[in-house]
Structures are given as C-alpha cells and as structure tokens.
Design a protein around this ligand. Structure first.
Ligand code: ADP
Length: 213
C-alpha cells in the first residue's frame, strides 16, 4: 500500500507520541482535524493505526497485507454464503435449465427428502447433455449430476480463505454449504444450508476494498 507523504508523517507522529488524539496530530502538522480526516480513515481502515475512544490513536505495528490476511482467516463461510438453489433428483434437464435462468445461478444442488445433498449440476453438465441427443424433457438430472461422495463442500464455520482454496484446487465454481446430520439408520447426511461461489468472494473482495468489512 502506497502512503502519501502526509500519511507517512502522521504514522511517524503516532509512532513517537502515541497514544495521541486527532486534535494533537492536527496541531503538530499545522492542519485542521477536518483536513486530516480522510487520512486518519485510511490509516485506521488499513489497520496500521488503531483508535481507542478517549485515549487516541496508537500504532498497531501491523503491515496492511497482514491485516487483510487476518481478516480472510477470520471471516467465515456462514457470514457471506448465499441462499442455495436446490432441485430433486427427478427434476428433468429441461427444468434444471429453466431453474438456472429463473434463479440466476450457475450451479444447482440436487437434494433428497429433508434437504440432504445428493448431487450437483453445473452449466457445462447441462450443455454436455444437449450434445448427446437425449430428450431433455424426459432425462432426470440424477443421471448426469456429479454425485456424493465426490462433492466438495464447505461448512459454515470454515474460513472463506479455506473455502476459496477448495474452489481453486478442485476447479469448481461453487460449493454447497452443509451441516452434517445423523440419519435414523446412523449414517451421516449433509443438509444443504447455503451456497458459496466465486460471486461471494468477488462481493467480499469489493467490500474489503471499500473498507466495509
Ligand atoms: P462449469 O465448468 O460448468 O462452469 P464447474 O467448474 O463448477 O462449472 O463444474 C465442473 C464440473 O465439476 C461439473 O461436472 C460439475 O458437476 C462438477 N462440480 C461442480 N461443483 C462441484 C463441487 N462443489 N464438488 C464436486 N464437483 C463439482
């Protein structure tokens, strides 16, 4: 992060004299507090300065990159996930295409009763089917989907960084966000409670850039 000469001067003052109030920093620089406000906002947002009410500013000793990395470890999938769009296994390929358009998503999750994860369908899975010459009004998505246990998923308390790594390493666009549940026969099922996609990461990226997160 490139600091302006004025921001560097503020950092030097706070390093030497902190904790110090905004008023005192403005005095040292012969400027008004209003003039300094945007600089103070940038320095606190980046994590280089910390502000404590009634105490003033002090130097955190953190580099901006480190602050961002800490945030990405701390923000959980559950905080940024979207609503999942699910279809049953019997849903036809035609209806799956329509659902993708209506819901404006690129990945559908296939669930059985109780919302338990069975499979996943992507745009290309559907496109591929259209090349095969099968009747898309009759073919159920269960025949073409990627099936459990081959589905990569995320859990709500996992960090966004960890989930983003899964998207990259498995080369997929979205992960179902699931909660493990025990079935009556003792087997483990995965209830779909959300969707974590590249769009969630892009949105978070913008919010971090704008200092909103
Ligand atoms: P597309 O290539 O259609 O844009 P993806 O890259 O997400 O979309 O999907 C590629 C393939 O991986 C598809 O066959 C899809 O069924 C499968 N797939 C998508 N998401 C997952 C996931 N989370 N876990 C396992 N397989 C997935």
């Amino acid at each position: 992060m490139q600091l302006t000469p004025r921001q560097k001067a503020i950092l030097d003052i706070v390093k030497k004299e902190g904790p110090i109030t905004g008023e005192q920093i403005a005095e040292r620089l012969n400027l008004t507090r209003a003039t300094l406000r945007p600089d103070m906002a940038i320095l606190t947002m980046s994590g280089m300065l910390e502000a404590r009410p009634r105490v003033g500013y002090f130097h955190s000793g953190k580099k901006p990159g480190r602050v961002l990395a800490e945030k990405l470890h701390r923000i959980q999938v559950g905080e940024v996930k979207s609503v999942p769009v699910v279809v049953p296994e019997k849903c036809t390929v035609y209806d799956a295409v329509v659902t993708m358009f209506i819901e404006d998503v690129g990945t559908l999750f296939v669930v059985r009763e109780g919302g338990l994860l069975e499979g996943i369908i992507s745009r290309k899975d559907l496109l591929k089917t259209t090349l095969g010459g099968q009747d898309i009004h009759k073919l159920p998505v269960g025949v073409i989907m990627t099936r459990m246990p081959n589905i990569i998923y995320a859990e709500p308390d996992e960090s966004v960084l960890e989930a983003a790594r899964k998207l990259i390493s498995h080369e997929v666009d979205a992960l179902p966000v699931v909660r493990a549940v025990k079935g009556q026969d003792g087997s483990t099922g995965y209830e779909v409670i959300g969707r974590f996609s590249k769009t969630n990461i892009t949105r978070l990226f913008v919010e971090l850039g704008e200092g909103d997160y």
